[in-house]
Design a protein around this ligand. Structure first.
Ligand code: FE2
Length: 430
């Protein structure tokens, strides 16, 4: 007897309806399944997808909105200054409490893998210890990958190098950086070189906040690509944000994109945050600030989306819904073609799994049965409706549920139901 069969599943990119058989936490068969199982779920031809992946987040600062006060300018730099004030008042228990609450929000919305940057600027490393504890505690339900992030600069902040190395010794997974926040362009480039050497020496991946600015001359991505290639780190390095690419000269971009390709960099855009933070110094027209997602994807560069922030000094909103992120990315990037919309869905699923190198990921035989059943028919409907996550499964076990959403016209209202769609779930599949 099988452990679980999910019947009548519509898999992403497939037209046939299939069943999924699960044993010992793994997918053992996909197709028409005639065996019996101890438990069965009827997916009712709804979309069944591997879970959402958030490739860029800050769990240590989440849910601190309004502390110590609002970010009035809405800029990155005011956010960094507010966080600088706030973090001196935080301790391990307080950070863990917020982090664990946030993790439950993410799981309920079908995200089961998050790459979180963690600030290493405090020599006591309270955020690092807190998130290492949270990573371990949440492991049965959620994969958390931690990035050692020198928020106050790697060269600009005296103790950053020592703190970063200690964080890596403690078990942080990935080397981070913030070259555009160093004192000069030269120091930014130097920080990249030193951080890449550290990662190469320890066999680690790299994910840098890179060129998170509207300055078209912020070209640290070029150095990151070059160092990646020079040290043979291809496929292990991600550039996060890359917002300066939005404002760069087109000729320069025509040289830069092949460099990014050659170095096999992963690009991570954070649409909700980029559209909010960038362009703050502009008069009209105001720049959108998001990197060139469409062009990077056309060049076959792996592009993933991150949520970046939820209710913190940089962003007052969010509930950690990766479909909201993908929906915003689609709009900001004007990616309304069919293939482009599918690419936006991939940016919060398979492309993220590739960035994080999640080897157990995917709705395939032999992979871990981490699955989400959405109340919609396909990926485009998922982006359009941001529907209910009917079931979230981790290793074949249900870990979160949401009741189907079926709004109805109030019968006494006088409105004729047939002239006003009673449900946003009407099927417009292509
Ligand atoms: Fe970030």
């Amino acid at each position: 007897m099988l452990d679980l069969i999910i019947r009548n599943c519509k898999l992403a990119g497939e037209s046939k309806i299939v069943d999924i058989a699960i044993n010992d936490g793994k997918i053992i068969s996909i197709g028409r399944i005639y065996e019996k199982a101890a438990n069965e779920i009827d997916a009712l031809s709804n979309l069944v997808t591997p879970p959402f992946v958030d490739s860029h987040f800050h769990i240590d600062s989440t849910l601190t909105f309004g502390r110590p006060r609002m970010n009035q300018s809405g800029t990155l730099l005011e956010g960094i200054n507010l966080w600088k004030e706030l973090k001196t008042t935080l301790n391990i228990d307080e950070i863990k409490k917020r982090a664990l609450k946030f993790c439950r929000w993410a799981i309920a919305r079908g995200t089961l893998a998050i790459r979180s940057h963690v600030d290493i600027s405090d020599p006591e490393l309270p955020a690092v210890q807190a998130l290492i504890d949270v990573r371990k505690e949440m492991k049965p339900w959620l994969d958390i990958q931690l990035v050692a992030f020198p928020q106050d600069g790697f060269l600009r902040h005296e103790e950053a190098k020592k703190n970063l190395l200690t964080a890596l010794d403690m078990g942080v997974d990935v080397v981070g950086g913030i070259p555009h926040y160093e004192r000069t362009m030269e120091e930014g480039a130097e920080s990249i070189k030193q951080l890449c050497l550290i990662a190469a020496g320890r066999g680690l991946k790299i994910d840098m906040h890179c060129d998170e600015t509207d300055d078209p001359m912020s070209r640290h991505i070029e150095t990151l690509a070059c160092e990646t290639k020079r040290l043979g780190l291809e496929g292990r390095v991600a550039g996060s944000h890359l917002t300066s690419m939005h404002s760069m000269d087109n000729y320069y971009v025509s040289k830069l994109i092949p460099l990014i390709c050659e170095a096999e960099l992963h690009a991570i855009a954070n649409p909700l945050i980029n559209i909010t933070i960038q362009g703050r110094h502009d008069n009209y027209p105001k720049r959108r600030g998001m990197t060139r997602v469409k062009e990077l994807m056309e060049a076959k560069i792996n592009v993933a989306f991150g949520h970046d922030c939820v209710m913190d000094p940089w962003y007052p909103l969010g509930s950690h819904d990766m479909l909201e992120v993908a929906n915003m990315g689609l709009h900001v990037g004007q990616m309304t073609g069919i293939e482009e919309m599918h690419n936006c869905f991939a940016a919060v699923t398979t492309n993220g799994a590739k960035t994080l190198n999640l080897t157990h990921y995917g709705p395939e035989v032999g992979k871990q049965a981490d699955l989400v059943i959405l109340q919609c028919r396909d990926e485009i409907e998922a982006l359009r409706l941001r529907p209910a996550r009917l079931y979230v499964l981790r290793a074949g076990k249900i870990i979160a549920r949401t009741n189907p959403v079926n709004p109805e016209i109030f019968p006494q209202s006088g409105l004729e139901a047939e002239n006003f769609p009673p449900s946003s779930q009407e099927n417009f599949c292509i």
